[in-house]
Design a protein around this ligand. Structure first.
Ligand code: HEM
Ligand code: HEM
Length: 280
């Protein structure tokens, strides 16, 4: 995924820079420079306007990316494609195209959205945004509950090893108190049986946010590594205990996400067909 992200970042910077220049500072435009050097024919009118050559290239590449991203769904469903590499790699490819395609389309229309094609554009924005949320659900569901629980137990056993190495004696009660604190820190709500899935989501996200910037509290006598062990343990345990909530959320998410993707493609087909019929 890291390689895909790098390609996406480089492509975004290049396209943003070029569009900024075409709109506001033509003297710095790479394409106009290449044209001046004779690499692009003089008859080609280079501008940022929708419907011009640069915009059309971005339109085709953006739509192309959002069409080939569906190989993931095909790989998931069609038996004859089951030998075509790992499904998780295809999902990474789906995410890459799902980021790249909308970015190109945003420049394709040069930030102007009018007419019927606006339905396609805004459906694309919803698909893109809901894709990011869907990916969060997906990550919570990567492992089965029993595997997550085993993983959590294994991670917690590293705490006793750390205590032994540092010759610290900790009572079971004290350990339990800080383990529970770590679970709350990682976003496990105190009442998680039959919890509303949206509360589970908000609590998990808040926990992940906290984990990104700090570690759970431990007594000062405990070795520093115990914070990391507890944080690591708590996230596996939280995922195990909130798994059902996320399974329900993922089901609702699919129902919400799918129609927007369909609207986007249908209206894009009408838009492209109109452009081709009218001779672009
Ligand atoms: C998902 C794919 C696409 C989306 C969401 C999209 C969206 C848009 C938007 C919002 C505009 C600006 C309309 C305005 O200025 O009011 C536009 C313009 C245009 N697009 Fe696309 N586009 C897509 C793909 C394509 C492709 C593949 C082509 C290639 C034929 C294309 C051809 C054009 C043309 C010729 C214009 C300028 C004329 C017009 O306003 O209709 N688009 N597009
Ligand atoms: C315009 C952009 C996008 C469109 C049209 C789109 C479309 C779709 C569709 C149709 C599915 C259902 C696949 C299936 O069940 O077979 C899907 C699933 C998914 N998409 Fe996207 N997506 C877009 C962007 C994104 C982005 C940006 C991300 C992540 C950052 C993402 C992550 C996911 C995830 C995690 C799934 C669920 C996979 C699963 O349950 O198997 N998508 N997307």
């Amino acid at each position: 995924m890291k390689k895909y992200l790098n390609v996406f970042i480089v492509a975004s910077i290049l396209v943003s820079f070029e569009y900024y220049c075409l709109n506001f500072k033509p003297s710095l435009s790479i394409l106009l420079f290449l044209q001046a050097k004779g690499y692009i024919q003089q008859t080609v009118k280079i501008s940022a306007d929708p419907g011009r050559v640069v915009s059309l290239w971005l339109g085709w590449i953006g739509l192309g990316a959002m069409i080939i991203m569906n190989v993931y769904s095909m790989r998931k469903r069609f038996a004859f494609m089951h030998g075509w590499g790992k499904l998780s790699n295809w999902l990474n490819f789906h995410v890459f195209c799902g980021l790249l395609g909308p970015m190109f389309i945003l420049f394709h229309c040069n930030f102007k959205v009018h007419g019927l094609v606006a339905i396609s554009f805004w459906s694309m924005v919803v698909s893109f945004s809901s894709g990011i949320i869907g990916r969060y659900f997906y990550v919570q569901l990567l492992k089965a509950r029993v595997d997550l629980e085993n993983e959590a137990t294994q991670k917690l056993s590293r705490l006793d090893i750390a205590f032994q190495k540092n010759n610290i004696i900790v009572t079971d009660d004290e350990k339990r108190t800080y383990t529970n604190k770590a679970l709350v820190f990682a976003g496990l709500p105190s009442e998680f049986e039959n919890i509303n899935p949206l509360t589970a989501l908000a609590s998990s996200m808040a926990g992940d946010f906290r984990r990104a910037f700090s570690q759970p509290d431990v007594p000062s006598a405990w070795p520093d590594i115990s914070k990391y062990i507890l944080s690591d343990y708590a996230v596996s345990q939280r995922r195990a205990l909130l798994l059902e909530s996320f399974q329900r959320l993922m089901g609702h998410w699919h129902t919400f996400h799918f129609p927007f993707a369909v609207f986007m493609y249908l209206v894009a087909i009408i838009h492209v067909a109109t452009a081709l019929i009218l001779g672009i």
